[in-house]
Design a protein around this ligand. Structure first.
Ligand code: PMT
Length: 401
């Protein structure tokens, strides 16, 4: 039975070409047994008719503040109280801007402002609109307000351009909602420390030793943990990624392993769980030149390297009873044995194995393929390749018990 059965969902639709996809979302919600009330903006009705939506939802569609011929007032307050969740799909740049600034000039926004439960937003717009600083700012405001943003995909857009802005597929939006109700906020009250990305170890003012980690895996973990109710401290190496959508995530930017170590040491003792996903440089130059090293007059340059602190091993050694430490292992051979040995050496409770040999796993990819290894039992559970968001969900699911 779906976790959405008998749940009251407000489906908000604003005026974008992706409104046609809302019909599929509505059908999926109804099929799962949810009660759906559609609220549509005046522009939304230019893309999809209320007749279709009321037939499929089994409820009259709400759009205006009053029914013109009877003067009957539609109560956004009652709708807000009725709903177990609200999802706005598609959410145009204009609707996002109004939500972020409380511009209550249509029924969808007044309903949003009255909603008491979780709100999800699936943006849909052209790539330049999505990338525009004003849209980024408005989305950041919504995230800070606790709204969960279901990120759009990159792909072909209605304009014919190709880029990020295409509304996420209805099946995926449905999954987000179903997961929300299935799992509730089971990490509520937990503090989770997550490391992500690479570290850079400076050689001189213009050069460094680093690696290819993009931070995607660690950021996906932070986003998922926050949507499950956790307070997250995300210690991020030098990466370009925006903070995943939640005011429950505190991001601390660092560059080197030493800085990452210091941030982790500061937050570990108050954390319930530490997930060490960063690809930390094992060595750093013994000395960092304070001027650019010149090549003139040198045929060879020898760098002397010293070992960096092992963050996972340091935290593992000082773990208190009840605290959970999860590490990652990026291996190329004898993968399971090496990962098990690493978990034992660093006193981890779980280790997430991903292989560099796997084309769907590892650095920079949007997917990962992991094996979860439990240190206590030695059990190794392989998972199929999935998006990093779904892998993050699997990891948090495995470690919850
Ligand atoms: O960032 P992406 O592009 O999404 O890529 C994700 C990832 C491939 C970086 C990620 O999934 C991953 O595998 N991270 C760990 C990579 C790594 O450094 O593995 P390792 O086997 O060298 O290290 C083992 C564990 O010790 C890791 O938890 C690591 O964070 C930790 N470690 C390692 C060295 C060190 N000095 N301090 C550490 O804490």
């Amino acid at each position: 039975m779906s976790a959405l059965k008998d749940k009251h969902i407000i489906l908000g639709i604003s005026g974008g070409i992706a409104a046609y996809k809302s019909v599929s979302l509505l059908r999926l919600l109804r099929k799962a047994g949810a009660e759906v009330q559609v609220v549509i903006t005046p522009h939304g009705k230019e893309f999809i008719t209320p007749v279709t939506l009321s037939s499929l939802s089994g409820n009259p569609v709400v759009s205006e503040f009053f029914t013109a011929n009877t003067g009957e007032w539609h109560s956004h307050v009652d709708l807000g109280l009725w709903a177990d969740a609200m999802v706005i799909a598609p959410a145009t740049a204009s609707t996002i801007a109004k939500m972020a600034n409380g511009v209550a000039d249509n029924m969808l926004i007044t309903t949003y402002l009255s909603a008491k439960e979780k709100v999800f937003v699936a943006p849909a717009m052209d790539l330049d609109m999505f990338a525009h600083p004003s849209t980024r700012r408005n989305l950041a405001t919504l995230r800070a307000d606790g709204v969960e943003i279901i990120e759009p995909e990159a792909g072909e857009l209605a304009s014919g351009l190709v880029g990020k802005g295409r509304m996420e597929e209805p099946e995926r939006i449905f999954d987000v909602l179903e997961n929300y109700f299935a799992e509730g906020e089971h990490l509520k009250g937990k503090k989770i420390l997550i490391t992500a990305g690479p570290t850079y170890e400076n050689i001189d003012p213009v050069r460094f030793i680093g690696n290819y980690s993009s931070g995607k895996m660690g950021f996906a973990l932070a986003g998922r943990a926050a949507s499950l109710g956790a307070e997250v401290v995300l210690v991020a190496g030098p990466v370009e990624l925006p903070v995943p959508g939640s005011d429950r995530i505190r991001r601390i930017d660092v560059v080197s392993a030493a800085q990452m170590m210091a941030a982790c040491e500061e937050h570990f003792d108050t954390a319930d769980i530490a997930i060490l996903c960063a690809a930390v440089a094992d060595y750093r130059p013994a000395a960092c030149s304070d001027h650019k090293i010149k090549r003139e007059g040198r045929e060879e340059l020898t760098l002397s390297l010293v070992r960096n602190p092992d963050i996972a091993a340091t935290l593992g050694a000082r773990k208190r009873p009840g605290q959970v430490v999860v590490g990652f292992a990026l291996e190329t051979d004898h993968e399971i044995e090496n990962a098990r040995a690493k978990a034992a050496r660093k006193n981890m409770d779980w280790i997430v194995l991903n292989s560099l040999r796997d084309p769907e796993a590892g650095f920079r990819k949007d997917t990962n393929k992991i094996t979860m290894i439990c240190a206590a039992t030695g059990e190794a559970v392989p998972f199929p390749a999935k998006s990093k968001a779904d892998v993050a969900a699997d990891i948090l699911d495995c470690i919850k018990d």
